[in-house]
Design a protein around this ligand. Structure first.
Ligand SMILES: Nc1ncnc2c1ncn2[C@@H]1O[C@H](COP(=O)(O)OP(=O)(O)O)[C@@H](O)[C@H]1O
Ligand SMILES: [Mg+2]
Length: 327
């Protein structure tokens, strides 16, 4: 549905977006994740035909954002960081106005406006002035204007920023409920947002693409080579030092750390060598020694840790090199 190839955007000499490529399939709900200044808004502005790219190209439903902006705009609903609301208009008048702007046929405007107000839960304030609305309501009016012409694609720039926790939840639920009907890209610098709403994630940092994958894969991938937690009950047959030494001898184990000890129960953190998964061998070693293996769990990295590894000062090489991570 969306194809971005070698997209670069320069402001004067500053490169805001640097040669990024990605694709979004129909029906996807994709999180566009990156710290402030990463280039998220810039990319979205190019996709929504607000600015031409400096290099590269982008297409929406096969139409080029530069050569065929009318076709693209018909198919895109855009919620910018600051929604283009008119505070002195009522909700219904404003949506009627936007519907006209977006060429909704005159005979359908009333019905369509009613539908999107229901859909975005703003029907109860239809006659209120936008200036009088809470931020949560205003954001939902922003979403209503984005979907008024029933576009295939929704592009939402930081849709929950500035909202309180309850409004954030309501907005996320609304976005998820729109997912069936629209392909959605939403930008955020908040990780839990991606986990809460999206199936896929595109991570950018300093204008460059860092990774593009499903949220699940990204987390799985980062857990390779990370620590596992082992809880052993020796029934008095061995002390912590003995168990520690035995674990250190397991093939694929690089390091063993003592965590807690309660009587005969010991908890260790065991690190695997890069690219190795020592779990099966650790389990065998414990059982073979005649001890009880009470727990064996991988302490997988949270999406937050993955993100820091991918975008932070630590080299991304800390992650096992795998296909799918952008170069
Ligand atoms: N109109 C502009 N003129 C010059 N530089 C800009 C302009 N807009 C954004 N930038 C710069 O481009 C980079 C990317 O900005 P932006 O796309 O807004 O990032 P994000 O939305 O991820 O926070 C930043 O370094 C920002 O300062
Ligand atoms: Mg931005």
């Amino acid at each position: 549905m969306i194809q971005v190839e070698g997209l670069t955007k320069r402001y004067a000499r500053h490169v805001a977006v640097n040669n990024i490529s990605f694709a979004v399939e129909k029906g996807d709900i994709v999180g566009f994740l990156g710290p402030n200044g990463a280039g998220k808004t810039t990319t979205m502005r190019v996709l929504t035909c607000f600015m031409p790219p400096t290099e590269g190209r982008a297409t929406v439903a096969g139409f080029d954002v530069f050569d065929q902006p009318h076709e693209v705009k018909k198919r895109i609903g855009y919620l910018p960081e600051a929604p283009p609301l008119y505070p002195e208009m009522s909700v219904e008048d404003y949506l009627t106005f936007v519907a006209r702007l977006k060429n909704v046929p005159a005979g359908e405007i009333k019905q369509r406006t009613g539908q999107v107000m229901e859909r975005c839960a703003v029907a109860d304030v239809r006659s209120k002035l936008i200036a009088k609305l809470s931020k949560g309501y205003r954001q939902r009016v922003g979403l209503a204007q984005a979907i008024i012409h029933n576009p295939d694609v929704l592009i939402l720039d930081e849709p929950t920023s500035g909202l309180d926790p309850k409004q954030i939840n309501e907005t996320r639920e609304l976005i998820k409920s729109l997912a069936g009907e629209h392909t959605i890209i939403l930008s955020t610098h908040i990780l839990p947002e991606v986990e809460a709403v999206c199936q896929k994630v595109i991570i950018i940092n300093k204008g460059r693409l860092v990774a593009t994958d499903s949220v699940e894969n990204l987390k799985d991938r980062a857990s390779v080579g990370s620590a596992i937690q082992v809880q052993v009950d020796t029934d008095g047959q061995a002390d912590a030092v003995t168990v520690h030494q035995r674990l250190e001898q397991v093939p694929g184990v690089s390091k063993v750390l003592d965590r807690t000890a309660h009587g005969n129960r010991f908890v260790f953190e065991v690190e695997s060598l890069q690219g190795r998964n020592a779990r099966p061998d650790v389990a065998r070693a414990v059982v073979h020694a005649g001890w009880n293996l009470l727990e064996l769990k991988s302490s997988t990295l949270s999406l937050e840790e993955v993100f820091l590894e991918l975008t932070g000062s630590q080299p991304a090489a800390a992650l096992a090199p795998v296909s799918g991570v952008a170069q």
